[in-house]
Ligand binder design. Structure first.
Ligand code: ATP
Length: 231
């Protein structure tokens, strides 16, 4: 569902990603873990078709991103680590536009349900310019998951989000997996990654230093193993 081979991304002299291989399958959730600057967001941006790879191949939902980017983007939902919301538009307008662009029918009940689950019901018709950081994060997750994408990419979805928002995000991930979607979650929060995901890819300085089952990073032993991967 998501297949990455030999991915490298350079920004001038900076090598943000230096050789990543990844296989993420339907019904699974994969965590991208690592410290600040490890290359998580750059990898997610490549998968979302926002940043082109310098080297390597990326297939998303069977589409090669180099030759078939729009088809791949049609099948994915992406919550970027920053931005992504139109300040002058309300949550309802965001969802209305997404529904039009994707030609969704009967989308209103799902839109209302997601906004309620993320406690955004009361601000459905308020412009997002005044949203707190956590409200913006929650709205970005709603938008990413709204059209039930085959590939759900969540970049730092838990960042600054309160416990109810975290729970709602966990539910969205579980629902997507149950529906056969392939989920990727970028975070530096090991414990939430373990709870949400089946496998974990640990990045350090742009390189992949581990590709393990999430359970291998659980508990005190897992915490020690994770720290040793980061040092
Ligand atoms: N557009 C860019 N131009 C130049 N350098 C960049 C650009 N985007 C990312 N980088 C660099 O690439 C490296 C990886 O950044 P990236 O944002 O992917 O890390 P990250 O793991 O997501 O970090 P964080 O946890 O802080 O979000 C960093 O050294 C960063 O400064």
């Amino acid at each position: 569902m998501v297949e990455v081979r030999g991915l490298r991304v350079r920004f001038g002299a900076v090598e943000a990603v230096s050789g990543i291989d990844l296989d993420a399958r339907p019904g699974q959730a994969t965590a991208l873990l690592g410290r600040n600057g490890a290359g998580k967001s750059t990898t997610m941006r490549v998968l979302a078709g926002v940043v082109p790879p310098t080297e390597g191949t990326v297939h998303v939902a069977g589409h090669d991103l180099r030759t078939d980017r729009l088809a791949a983007q049609h099948r994915l939902g992406y919550c970027p680590d920053v931005g992504g919301l139109v300040p002058r538009a309300t949550p309802w307008e965001h969802l209305q536009l997404a529904a039009r662009l994707r030609r969704l029918d009967d989308w209103e009940d799902r839109a209302r349900d997601l906004l309620e689950r993320f406690e955004l019901g009361a601000v459905t018709h308020r412009v997002t310019a005044g949203f707190s950081h956590g409200m913006g994060r929650r709205m970005s997750v709603v938008l990413a998951a709204f059209h039930r994408p085959a590939v759900l990419l969540l970049d730092e979805p838990f960042d600054g989000v309160d416990p109810l928002g975290v729970e709602a995000t966990m539910d969205v991930i579980a629902d997507a997996r149950a529906a056969g979607a392939c989920v990727l979650v970028s975070t530096h929060l090991r414990e939430l990654a373990i709870e949400a995901c089946t496998t974990a890819l640990v990045l350090r300085g742009g390189a992949q230093v581990a590709d393990v089952s999430a359970q291998e990073l659980a508990g005190e032993d897992g915490a020690r193993a994770y720290r040793s991967l980061l040092d």
